[in-house]
Design a protein around this ligand. Structure first.
Ligand SMILES: [Zn+2]
Length: 140
């Protein structure tokens, strides 16, 4: 009797687990990704532009309004350019990741770990929808 009882609970839990897995809310994740992508694009457009030929983002140097500006000013501009370039170097791969995740969203492999092919933890996907590995196989 007791065993039977336990089994039915286990079955119910299993069912619930399946249900939860199917609940992987792609629409919600897609919206989140698109929001993030638009945010990134806004920031990046502010600092650079997409090179249509290479498909890479390039930091645009600030327009030199006064060509005869003094050396200090030039140094400032250079520092500013360096700072923006370094931000761009961080944002670029993030954008690539998001675009990739958006493309992969409709594939069956979405939400599966690239290493062990198991489902990626829902909590992890919610934090990072572009995640391609489970917690156990986080890169780096
Ligand atoms: Zn894994």
């Amino acid at each position: 009797m007791l065993v039977k009882h336990k089994t039915s609970i286990a079955l119910a839990m299993e069912k619930e687990h399946c249900y939860y897995t199917q609940m992987l809310d792609k629409k919600k994740i897609k919206e989140k990704l698109e929001r993030e992508r638009d945010d990134l694009l806004l920031q990046m457009k502010d600092m650079g532009k997409l090179n249509e030929e290479t498909g890479e983002w390039e930091t645009t140097p600030e327009e030199l309004d006064f060509p005869e500006s003094d050396e200090n000013d030039k140094a400032d501009r250079f520092e500013d350019f360096e700072a923006r370039s370094s931000v761009m170097r961080t944002l670029g791969p993030r954008l690539t990741n998001i675009v990739k995740a958006l493309k992969g969203l409709n594939k069956e492999s979405f939400g599966k770990c690239e290493v062990c092919k198991k489902d990626i933890e829902m909590a992890r996907l919610e934090v990072n929808p572009a995640a391609r590995t489970c917690k156990k196989h986080i890169e780096g």
